[in-house]
Design a protein. Structure first.
Length: 560
């Protein structure tokens, strides 16, 4: 009985608090009677933590963001903000205890933290620097500006940690070039949503925007001289991401999706580069590496090793998706299949890829699930699943680690129509009705709402051992119809729904989706991002923001 009383009292305190950080922390306990006033003009880190540049700079960014936003959730509650009658001032020194300052930002690093704010001050403890960075992003969402003061509404203790080690976003700079400042903008929002992996699809058949010292001619296939990433650019993005606890995993798609750049080195290492795409490719232009040519592997090796010296992450994505049989000469198929040809490529390429110390590879799931699939792969290869969710069970039951990016839930570019010109599928004719209505004029339609992303239960029907092989997930944005002008709005705040699902889960203790509470949290998070200057898309009319649950489709909320 006493436990029930304490639970009711605790819940009443939580309900009285207006802040609602996203992602929802694992464990939050509000206590005490006083609001905690924070003097941001004089606040500083204790000496040991302040001596670490990553921590000090993250602390300064958090303070600056708090001042920029002047966050006041009361503005969205149709109530007049009251000045708390009971207040206490916290000491101006933030105490930080980090066990291991040297732990590198790699897959699986400990990101847990504890945050405490009360009359004795603000304290953070974590195993690594990266946990402390997460604590600071939580703190900045908890500080409100009220009655001319910065404060935390009550004393609070947070014990927080991620459910999944890989919480990712993929951007594509090949179909349309993405300027460096727009890529770093995504990293800034990722850090706030506690997403820790940016998967950068650097090149494709359309363009090669990456400077390669071994083959400077490759950037002749960039869209222009100004649409090229120099080595300095790559390093600047890497450093920017690392300072915010975000890993950067590069992708060079091979042997499919390969034309631009490669053909400038030697036209003989590319097949079907001049054929009309609809016969030998999946989109214009066609092109695949000639995997029977020894010179191909020399160029692959030089490009791969040069970029491995730039990108610091143990993981490197080597593509291996959508290999088209028609692209290769009929003479290759005498007593052979596309699977045999794929295996030949892997036999030649894998020793080269694995020559990099501590290298872990990622490939798209095609290599085991689509045309040209091989029978098995080495254990250091993680499969990224872009096909529908059934592939998750298929691959984990066979012992493979997977990153989930199923197009039917996590492709952010879907539902906007297609990009092909002279496309008769859009003509108002009976044979086109289903495509234009049910699929929204998109092969992977309809549009993926934040609700569909949030309630993607990708662990369902898996055994415990299979679930343990799902290392995380990624939201994916291909850029056929995306450039700097629309990039941020097409990703955010939708992708933050995946961020919360991967960090603290999408279900409550009863196993029900937290859609009801998430609906108010994500619309407030959108306003928070706007206050920081990010051009993110609105999710609802502002009426719904001012009237929590006033726009719900069902009352009470539906249980699934």
């Amino acid at each position: 009985m006493l436990g029930l009383v304490w639970y009711i009292l605790l819940c009443s305190r939580v309900l009285a608090v207006s802040v609602d950080p996203l992602p929802r922390p694992q464990n939050v306990t509000w206590f005490g009677q006083n609001a905690i006033v924070i003097d941001l003009e004089n606040i500083e880190l204790e000496e040991e933590a302040g001596d670490n540049s990553l921590v000090q700079e993250a602390f300064e960014r958090a303070v600056d963001d708090i001042k920029t936003v002047k966050w006041s959730p009361y503005l969205y509650q149709n109530v007049t903000a009251h000045c708390p009658e009971s207040k206490a001032s916290a000491p101006n020194v933030v105490t930080v205890n980090i066990t291991d300052y040297d732990a590198d930002l790699q897959f699986g690093v400990d990101e847990s933290y504890q945050l405490n704010v009360d009359e004795d001050g603000i304290s953070i403890s974590s195993e690594t620097i990266w946990g402390t960075l997460h604590a600071l992003t939580t703190l900045q969402q908890m500080v409100v500006y009220q009655c001319g003061q910065y404060l935390v509404e009550q004393s609070v203790h947070v014990h927080d940690y991620p459910l999944f080690k890989h919480r990712g976003l993929m951007v594509d700079s090949a179909r349309n070039f993405l300027p460096v400042d727009k890529i770093t903008e995504q990293i800034e929002v990722m850090a706030l949503a506690k997403m820790n992996t940016l998967h950068w699809h650097l090149v494709d058949s359309q363009s090669w925007p990456v400077e390669i010292d071994s083959y400077p001619e490759m950037t002749e296939d960039a869209y222009s001289a100004s649409e090229v990433y120099t080595k300095k650019d790559l390093v600047s993005v890497l450093d920017f991401a690392r300072a915010r606890g975000v890993r950067l995993v590069p992708e060079i798609d091979m042997p499919g999706h390969a034309r631009a750049g490669w053909r400038k080195v030697d036209p003989n290492i590319v097949e079907c580069a001049d054929q009309f795409w609809n016969y030998a490719g999946v989109e214009p232009p066609s092109g695949q590496l000639n995997i029977m040519n020894d010179e191909t592997y020399t160029v692959i090796g030089d490009v791969y090793h040069e970029l491995s010296n730039v990108f610091r992450d143990h993981y490197f994505h080597v593509g291996n998706d959508e290999l088209q049989k028609n692209c290769y000469p009929d003479s290759w198929y005498d007593n052979a299949t596309l699977s045999d040809i794929t295996q030949h490529y892997l036999d030649r390429a894998l020793p080269m890829y694995n020559s990099v110390p501590e290298r872990q590879l990622i490939m798209w799931d095609d290599v085991l699930l689509a045309d040209g699939a091989v029978e098995s792969l080495p254990g250091n290869i993680t499969l990224q699943i872009w096909h529908t969710g059934s592939g998750i069970k298929n691959l984990t039951s066979r012992g493979y680690k997977v990153v989930v990016s199923s197009y039917d839930h996590l492709y952010l570019d879907c539902g906007y129509g297609g990009f092909l010109t002279n496309d008769w599928k859009y003509v108002d004719a009976p044979q086109n009705t289903q495509f234009n209505t049910c699929k929204g004029g998109s092969w992977c339609g309809p549009y993926k709402t934040w609700q569909r992303i949030y309630t993607f239960d990708f662990l369902s029907n898996l055994t415990q051992s299979e679930q343990e092989l799902v290392v995380g997930a990624e939201a994916v944005l291909w850029s056929e119809q995306v450039d700097f002008a629309v990039l941020t709005g097409k990703i955010w705040p939708r992708a933050s729904a995946l961020g919360e699902s991967l960090w603290s889960g999408n279900k409550n203790a009863s196993g029900e989706f937290r859609l009801y509470e998430m609906s108010t949290r994500i619309v407030k998070f959108r306003e928070y991002l706007v206050s920081l200057g990010f051009a993110v898309s609105p999710l609802v009319p502002k009426f719904c923001l001012f009237n929590p649950h006033g726009c719900d489709a069902e009352r009470p909320p539906v249980h699934f």
